[in-house]
Ligand binder design. Sequence first.
Ligand code: ADP
Ligand code: MG
Length: 735
Amino acid sequence: MEKIYKMSQHRFQSLSEATSHKPVNFLNPHQKSSDYYGSHVFNKKAMGEYMSKEALDSVTNAIEKGEKIGLPVADQVATAMKAWSISLGATHYTHWFQPLTGSTAEKHDGFFEPTLDGFAIEKFSGGMLVQAEPDASSFPNGGIRNTFEARGYTAWDPTSPAFIFGSTLCIPTIFVAYTGEALDNKVPLLRALQSIDLAATSVAQYFDKNISKVNATLGWEQEYFLVDESLFMSRPDLVMTGRTLIGHSPAKGQQLDDHYFGSIPERVMNYMREVEFECHKMGIPVKTRHNEVAPGQFEFAPVFEEANIAVDHNSLFMDILEKVARRHLFRVLLHEKPFSAINGSGKHNNWSLSTNTGVNLLAPGKTPKRNLLFLTFFIATIKAVNDQADLIRAAIASASNDHRLGANEAPPAIISVFIGSQLSQVLNELEKLENGKLSPEKKTDLKLNVVGKIPEILLDNTDRNRTSPFAFTGNKFELRAVGSTANCAVPMTILNMIVADQLVQFKQEVDSLIETGLKKEDAIFNILREYIKSSKDIRFEGDGYSKEWEDIAAKRGLKNTPDAPRALDFYLTKNSVKLFEKTGVLTRVEIEARYDILQEEYFKNIQIESRTLGDLVKNHIVPTAIRYQSVLSENVNRLKKVLDEDVYARVSKEQIDMIVEISERVSLALNGVAQMTEARKVANKIESTRDKSIAYCDSVKPFFEKIRYSVDKLELMVDNEMWPLPKYREMLYVR
Ligand code: ADP
Ligand code: MG
């Protein structure tokens, strides 16, 4: 009792402290974002100030043309970075990388170096910039690197600029084994981006010889929840798993839709402003912020950037979200489904291709020729997703994202493409084209009335189909099925890889038609028509959340794979491995290692959730329910003593029913936990990672809902004062 009392005291105290929390003085009211934007990035401006022209040119060539940087130049860059970062208060540097755990990793080393004569100097050399060897034996490697060898190294990625976070100079790096295999999420991304550059450039040159480089672009939208820190700390499930494993829905959830785009609470606004401030210093172009659908849920989105930089920025952004939250006595929940029956969080990946000539290849233009260029990339993307839908599904698979996909609030586990009615019409017209050489009349008609008529601003831009996992939104595709915790590198690697491969095929097919004597344009039209025909099944314009869609999709032979362990299997199909190897994105050894890591991550997540749930039931819920039940029983006993028999009979029934119901719920919950524990024991004995994952999915996870049902009923019955955990209504309404 005392403990509970203390806790609720703490709860209130901390809540009121937090509510009266003064805005941190992080912003000088006289400063605009543009005054400090990028001030903590070692960008061209900083390089220009601190480096010789020769070194600057060398870095620029490395960024733009992938040229190597020699050690003498690296020494110059390091010296410049050191001077620049020390001037901004940095004392340490780190190779910042993205191991396969999904988050980011850093090991800080001081610049400081003692000298023999008892003094110290600040040191940072080219060698230290270019390569480091973190003691990385504990990072997942899927068996590539034996832990006793522990040999992996990080290497500087000059295409993503260094930045200062706190007092540390962070150098974006790749992480590879000494034997050369990728151990991180960045290496395959860089490989995929290189292959889409080559493939897209060579196709784009059919239309414009000036195009010599194509960059994939990414604009992510990050959804998240905020919870008061003291409430978070009182929920072992949030602390251990990032989501609530129990908790009854509040009387008011999101049914009134009053949170979406509503006015942002002041405390949250202060938090957001500080997040923006930190981001802008580090050159992360966050621009929009708003309330999301669920109470306590919010979103940030930046202006899109080149994909590699955008991926780094998203990883860094998630870090900033968490760090700044603590300064405001908040905890940020990045989990895909922190609260049951309340919308979960995703991370839409807006994706497009942009040329050195400033053209967005996925935006329609003014002329028929320009639109044929657009259609080529548009249709090739649809075809790629049609042929490699399995890989897209695998790329978004995780234990936490399973809660969203197929939960009728997020794109379903069936991959499909939405393009809107105007472009559907265009594709339907193109599909009717005759085979081979096009008659001049037909071609003129086509160019003027079909291709030429695609409006630059598409109406469908507004009639957004929010239920589609992959939607065309006017000048980009939006991959909506990505989970909020995901590292965008994974879906971006897959998407760019499959489109690159499709474009290579397209080029080959068009070239071989040209060899048979067809004109270039005719050849392009012919291949596009074939692509439209063969990728019809993936196109779906209806309600992706509906039961009908499941049936239609099944008839079309589209796969519906709701569970991550089975979705991950798609990584290892013959077709997938061939594609990874052909594009050079991952070797067989690398993809097999990744697969193993992901399966392991899956079952470990479910294992942790299952243990946490068991503990909660046994240590928190059942003891509380029993205590309340004794109060009821005592009361009933006393009533029996003091009341007349007939009065007692009349008024005691409901209380006795409650006593019985509590017993029943307690027994069901305990029984569920016992059975779940048994299932876990069986699963733990399984050798193969994959089979273990499947066992956790099929025979451990199903107990979660059953147990929760009884617990949530108890929550409604037991004295609120006694209930040991903050409730949904307390956590969801941040003040
Ligand atoms: P919403 O989907 O929420 O309505 P917007 O349409 O405003 O949002 O844009 C969402 C995201 O799409 C933003 O991050 C924006 O920068 C990004 N975006 C816009 N154009 C492109 C592009 N060509 N390539 C990649 N991302 C883009
Ligand atoms: Mg969006």
